[in-house]
Design a protein around this ligand. Structure first.
Ligand code: SF4
Length: 392
């Protein structure tokens, strides 16, 4: 039987969550206060980046997740069309206003035209930084895909070696894979806890705890998650009369935390695709053999799903239905970031499928820079009430 959580434990957990929230608001860690063992930082854009390679190079991986709803855009608008999504605009602003000056480099991916073009903007405006596109395949259903990804990862490995002046050995890579495997296990535990006892951990809290990895070494995040999981398991909170829902559409641009809080106020979010890139590899990466091949093979064989990747073995509709079934959800909240083409495409496919499967859902659009949530709160409240009414 679990020992009940003490007031001190509760205070510690609150303090931990406050710390995670403060980290969320920082564009990047302080370059002058790097953790031991790291000589620099490497920024990377969503969705997925093989952080183990940067970690083994002694570069702290820093996920660049846009500017949230407190950043004023002064420079980016002059470089981008008004139809570009907010995360690309605010990421550019953070680069141009000097907030990311401490990065040794920035890596983006061809997940969409907007994200792909960030690399060119970066190279032109921040020539002192390494600026890269990691060409992860959008379609993984070709026979040579693992060989292709291995070659891309080796290219990245070489570029980081040249940048840092230090070789990235296979043993260092295996050690990093081991540390990240531990992180994957802890994050799976966090999500299992939410599926089983969602009243003990809100979606917002889970998001903040997960996101903390973007601002600290993975080994430090492992310790943070261990402590948090222990305190959450012993929380003595009771289940309330709220419907269970899954939340999808938060795979790239980050929904404001105020939006997540609105949903938490009315529903238990039993699963989501928030920060799915940090949880992309769904089981352990083999720690024996060629570590680069193991990472590449895991990208194909042990991976989650998102609207920016096509894999005929895991259609997105089936993926969503699995989330709903396995987390015993009563309905779904389908979101998409404004101007996000992959997200909006998927939202249409998801809606159509849920109509056919007679699963209730709510469609919401968001932007990271949103500051007003009253109307959204009304929509979510009405949806939650309709779910409870149907369940009664
Ligand atoms: S939010 Fe959508 S459009 Fe914007 S970078 Fe991400 S995937 Fe591309």
């Amino acid at each position: 039987m679990n020992t009940p959580v003490s007031r001190q434990d509760e205070t510690d957990l609150d303090g931990l969550l406050e710390h995670c929230n403060a980290l969320r608001l920082a564009p990047a860690p302080d370059a002058d206060l790097l953790p031991e063992g790291f000589t620099g930082m490497l920024g990377h854009f969503p969705v997925y980046f093989p952080e183990e390679i940067a970690h083994a190079a002694g570069l702290l991986p820093v996920a660049v997740l846009g500017g949230g709803n407190r950043l004023e855009l002064k420079h980016a608008d002059a470089r981008m069309g008004s139809f570009v999504c907010s995360i690309c605009r605010s990421t550019t602003e953070l680069g141009l206003n000097g907030s990311l000056a401490g990065l040794a480099g920035f890596v983006t991916h061809p997940i969409c035209d907007a994200a792909k073009h960030l690399a060119g903007i970066w190279a032109r405006n921040l020539p002192e930084q390494l600026s890269e596109i990691l060409y992860l395949p959008q379609n993984v259903n070709t026979p040579s895909v693992v060989r292709y990804i291995t070659a891309e990862y080796q290219r990245l490995r070489g570029d980081l070696e040249r940048r840092t002046g230090r070789p990235i050995g296979d043993d260092a890579l295996r050690r990093s894979i081991g540390i990240y495997n531990e992180n994957r296990r802890l994050l799976r535990d966090l999500y299992a806890l939410r599926r089983d006892e969602p009243w003990k951990l809100s979606c917002t809290e889970s998001y903040l705890l997960t996101r903390a990895r973007t601002r600290m070494p993975c080994e430090e995040h492992n310790a943070l998650l261990e402590g948090a999981l222990d305190a959450i398991r012993r929380r003595s909170l009771r289940a309330k009369d709220k419907p269970r829902v899954v939340f999808v559409g938060g795979f790239c641009e980050q929904p404001p935390v105020e939006m997540l809080e609105v949903i938490d106020d009315n529903c238990y979010v039993t699963d989501d695709d928030l920060l799915v890139g940090l949880r992309w590899l769904t089981t352990d990466v083999p720690e024996a053999g060629d570590p680069i091949w193991a990472l590449a093979e895991s990208f194909v064989e042990r991976s989650a799903a998102s609207p920016v990747q096509h894999d005929e073995r895991k259609p997105k509709e089936a993926w969503l239905m699995r989330m709903i079934t396995e987390s015993r959800a009563d309905g779904a909240i389908l979101t998409a970031a404004k101007f996000c083409e992959p997200g909006l495409d998927e939202q249409v496919a998801w809606s159509k499928h849920l109509d056919g499967a007679r699963v209730p859902y709510l469609v919401l659009e968001f932007e990271e820079k949103m500051t007003s949530f009253e109307q959204m709160a009304m929509q979510v409240e009405t949806f939650a009430e309709s779910l409870l009414f149907a369940l009664a």
